[in-house]
Design a protein around this ligand. Structure first.
Ligand code: NDP
Ligand code: AKG
Ligand code: MG
Length: 404
């Protein structure tokens, strides 16, 4: 295989003109949307750089394909490849509910310590949305990606471990957990919280965004969610003093009007955040959330601008980054060449921006905007639009390429 590895020099990514980029095709709808997406990426890079740049794709295995070919759901070679090649992209992977394997998606994030799940939510002109003014939504979710109830530390009801823990907590701490309970642990650390909020604020500074909102349920879960909020404010005030004001300062010192260029750091209790996002979306910009709240908010905000077919994301550490759509494997549509590939395509746009290949990224977004405005779209958007022509996954990729 030709191609050159991305490297890190003096803390910065060095991107060759022919980077080797690993990809995971994914389960369910994964093969359909990956086949469409990769054609769009290659066409955009070719068009933007006239052959001077090219991605050399390297398939790595996870999920059902890995199980079939290697006997393992997540082979070590896949983790090694991500460490070696640094930037990658993946399709969705199935996680059974209840028993069976744990989430491979979560495992990839935890093993590679991809601590920020970054999910931008914006409106595409022409998409029909369930809200009146979807164009007011322009938020970027920074979701903590390695801890919280996603840590996978849980024991089933009736297991020896669950019984032991219940007994210990009830006797040592005078609590009253019902003996027939399942047990899950919710660890939230200073390190995990602060590095996530730090990344969110740095993004807000770099992208000249107006606010960072810490989302939490700290009124109820005081020492996990409440602590996340407190540690978030600590990072803001101690590390970014020259760039930010808190919401208290906004009202006490600036009469509700932020000085030019200052980012307002505020917090909202999670249930309130969901209704604020619907009713006053223009007041929210960057959101820093814990793992579970961020998972819920990602799908809800995606729906607000037209659905999961348009919801990209990236799991990003200090250097290693694995881009992926917000949605899952939508198994009922697997192999039908039906679903919207845009979430993976827009995840690829995030990846191209991460590489600094902004020209190709912009070209894809332009192509997608034009295809949507011409009402040539996949079923999910077609069913909401009047007078739309429904395209297959592969045909929508063609439409983007033709409009680039
Ligand atoms: N990061 C990952 O890999 C993720 C994996 N998963 C896994 O995926 C599996 C299925 O999860 P499920 O809860 O059904 O959620 P999914 O996100 O897979 O699908 C839910 C619904 O969202 C809509 N949708 C999803 N993707 C698209 C798309 N590309 N284009 C158009 N519409 C889309 C469909 O809606 P409609 O029915 O209205 O057409 C679909 O039925 C589970 O095993 C879950 O664990 C879930 C989330 C993330
Ligand atoms: O890993 C899974 O199966 C689900 C993950 C998920 O919902 C998400 O990352 O948004
Ligand atoms: Mg989710």
């Amino acid at each position: 295989m030709t191609g050159t590895k991305i490297t890190i020099e003096n803390g910065k990514l060095q991107i060759p003109n022919d980077p080797i980029i690993p990809f995971i095709e994914g389960d369910g709808i994964g093969p359909d949307i990956w086949a469409a997406s990769v054609r769009v990426f290659d066409a955009a890079v070719e068009k933007a750089y006239a052959g001077e740049k090219k991605i050399v794709w390297k398939e790595i295995l996870a999920g059902e394909k890995a199980k079939d070919q290697t006997g393992e759901w997540l082979p070590d070679a896949t983790i090694d490849a991500m460490r070696e090649y640094i930037v990658g992209i993946k399709g969705p992977l199935t996680t059974p509910v209840g028993g069976g394997i744990r989430s491979l998606n979560v495992a990839l994030r935890q093993i590679l310590d991809l601590y920020a799940c970054v999910r931008p939510v914006r409106y595409f002109q022409g998409v029909t949305s369930p809200v009146k003014e979807p164009q007011k939504v322009n938020m970027v979710i920074f979701r903590e990606n390695t801890e919280d109830v996603y840590s996978g530390i849980e024991w089933s009801q009736g297991s020896e471990e669950a019984n032991k823990i219940i007994n210990y907590i009830n006797t040592e701490f005078n609590k009253n957990i019902r003996p027939d309970s399942g047990i899950g642990i919710k660890p939230v650390s200073i390190e995990g919280s602060k590095r996530l909020v730090r990344k969110a604020i740095q993004f807000a500074i770099d992208q000249k965004r107006s606010s960072v909102t810490l989302v939490h349920k700290g009124n109820i879960m005081k020492f996990t969610e409440g602590a996340f909020k407190d540690w978030g404010y600590e990072v803001a005030v101690q590390e970014f003093r020259d760039y930010i004001i808190t919401e208290d300062e906004l009202w006490n010192d600036f009469n509700g009007k932020a000085p030019e260029g200052k980012i307002v750091v505020k917090d909202r209790i999670a249930d309130n955040m969901f209704q604020q996002a619907l009713l006053r979306p223009e007041e929210y910009d960057v959101l820093a959330t814990m793992n579970l709240n961020g998972d819920y908010l990602s799908d809800a905000l995606a729906a607000q601008v037209g659905g999961l077919g348009l919801a990209p994301g990236g799991n990003i550490a200090d250097h290693i980054a694995l881009f992926e759509a917000t949605h899952g494997t939508a198994p009922k549509y697997a192999g039908l060449d039906k679903v919207n590939p845009s979430s993976v395509i827009l995840s690829g746009v995030m990846m191209l921006e991460y590489l600094g290949w902004n020209e190709a990224a912009t070209m894809i977004v332009d192509g997608m905007e034009k295809a949507i405005q011409s009402k040539h779209v996949t079923y999910d958007l077609a069913r909401q639009m009047e007078g739309a022509t429904e395209l297959k996954t592969s045909e929508f990729a063609n439409a983007i390429i033709e409009n680039m």
